[in-house]
Design a binder for this molecule. Structure first.
Ligand code: ADP
Length: 447
């Protein structure tokens, strides 16, 4: 097992990883920017190292500074969390080149899945169903027109290097294609430094259903069930459920069997999430994330595993020690992503938190790095808390969510708690009847 783990992240996820390490008896090193000197993840760490000024590119993305911090503190492994360097294959290679362990998949698999075209091609070749669209990169507008005519409008132009819903544009008919093409490429170039795009049929009423998997270095692969992340705004997740209100145990087993067989074939290792769109009883793969997901706690709630602990054990070469039939799903879990944003305009609301009260009680988990007096800096992602509720049934989980949101108090900055309160009161949500387009319409209708 590792002697010391450096956590190359901040906020709630850095704390989350520290908690798992502490329970495993592994000391941790926090890294932080100058803006985060007083942050909770620094206060709670066994050791901490300042790695640069506030902008992420100078600190949390500063590879030499992070590797130096690991070397001077004697850490022998690095956990990247999510975001920042978590899907950077070159970083994983450099970590390994320094004789340290990267807690995640192999750089080759990160590279394969980080390129969405390569990911679709590899999964397609292994029998995983795909969203219809181009076979690979679409290099010219003429080619895009041809493929769009074949698959039928509306179509989606997507960045090969995409993430966080950026570099993605819809063309509803041929007249919108040229603009969508240029906008997607420009956005992709500025966000990812890579303007390669591909084309997919734009599905009109899918749910976003994703499958959590764990794989060890000994060829064992299991899935931990699905999460439904259809509650989205601008292609970004807002609220997630485990399991999906739209999936039966039979469908889950079938999807799980296809996905785990594919990953076993390529020798995938560590945690991963396969994302699908689910419409008319059919799954279509869109991408795989080779890291811990923000919404992992809802999976932990229904299957009773600590995913960070599993990631660390796998990276240390341990075998899973359980098989698919040992994994039992119990109850229902829901997560609300609480962002430091205005709940109406969605503009970020950085500032000082004057008071903070997290809900509690049976089946309630709050992962947050907020405390009274802390500053939410303007430089990073606006997620400040995850409210996770768990109950034996979905309706009980919704009742628990509603009362937990009432108890949630953040004074000093606006958050998206009121948005979640409105969502959980909606009959469509209570019925579990919503697709990836529902929230956008709801927000526009009720504005
Ligand atoms: P990112 O990596 O930027 O998150 P994804 O490929 O995971 O991009 O897609 C993010 C979201 O965009 C999906 O959850 C879904 O809501 C929407 N989306 C992606 N592809 C399609 C599609 N072909 N049709 C309809 N919606 C899509």
């Amino acid at each position: 097992m590792f002697n010391k783990i450096l956590i190359a992240n901040r906020g709630e996820i850095a704390l989350r990883i520290q908690r798992a390490c502490r329970e495993m008896g592994i000391p941790t090193v926090a890294v932080h920017s100058t803006a985060d000197a007083e942050a909770m993840h620094v206060r709670f760490a066994d050791e901490s190292v300042c790695i640069g000024p506030p902008p992420a590119r100078d600190s949390y993305l500063n590879i030499p500074a992070i590797l130096a911090a690991a070397t001077i503190t004697g850490a022998d492994a690095i956990h990247p969390g999510y975001g920042f360097l978590s899907e950077n294959a070159s970083f994983a290679e450099m970590v390994e080149a320094h004789g340290l362990t990267f807690i995640g998949p192999s750089p080759a698999h990160m590279r394969m899945m980080g390129d969405k075209i390569a990911a679709k091609q590899s999964m397609g070749a292994l029998g995983v169903p795909l969203v219809p669209g181009s076979d690979g990169e679409v290099a010219t507008l003429d080619e895009a027109r041809k493929i769009a005519d074949e698959v039928g409008y509306p179509v989606l132009i997507k960045a090969t290097a995409g993430g966080g819903g950026r570099g993605m544009k819809v063309a509803n008919d041929p007249s919108e294609l040229e603009e969508a093409w240029h906008v997607a490429r420009t956005e992709a170039k500025s966000a990812f430094g890579n303007d390669a795009v591909y084309l997919e049929k734009y599905l009109d009423k899918p749910r976003h259903v994703e499958l959590q998997v764990l794989a060890d270095a000994h060829g064992n692969v299991v899935h931990l069930g699905e999460r439904d992340c259809s509650m989205q705004r601008r292609h970004q997740k807002v609220l997630e459920e485990a399991g999906s209100p739209a999936i039966t145990p039979e469908v889950r087993d079938q999807l799980g069997a296809t996905a785990t067989a594919a990953l076993a074939k390529i020798g995938y290792r560590n945690a991963g999430t396969l994302e699908f769109l689910y419409q008319d009883g059919k799954f279509a793969f869109i991408e795989m994330n080779t890291r811990l997901q923000v919404e992992h706690p809802i999976t932990e709630a229904i299957c009773g595993l600590d995913l960070v602990r599993e990631q660390i054990r796998i990276a240390a070469g341990h075998a899973l020690g359980y098989t698919q039939s040992d994994i039992k799903f119990r109850g229902h879990a829901i997560e609300c992503r609480i962002n430091a944003e205005d709940p109406e305009t969605f503009l970020p609301t950085p500032g000082t938190v004057e008071a903070f009260h997290a809900p509690g009680g049976l089946g309630v988990r709050v992962d947050s790095a907020l405390y009274a007096g802390c500053k939410v800096p303007p430089y990073y992602d606006s997620l400040v808390a995850k409210l996770v509720v768990y109950a034996p049934t979905r309706l009980e989980a919704i009742a628990r969510l509603r009362r937990s949101l009432e108890e949630f108090a953040v004074v000093g900055i606006s958050t998206t708690v009121p948005l979640h309160q409105r969502i959980v009161a909606e009959p469509d949500f209570i019925a579990g009847d919503y697709t990836i387009h529902w929230l956008e319409k709801f927000v526009n209708r009720t504005r």
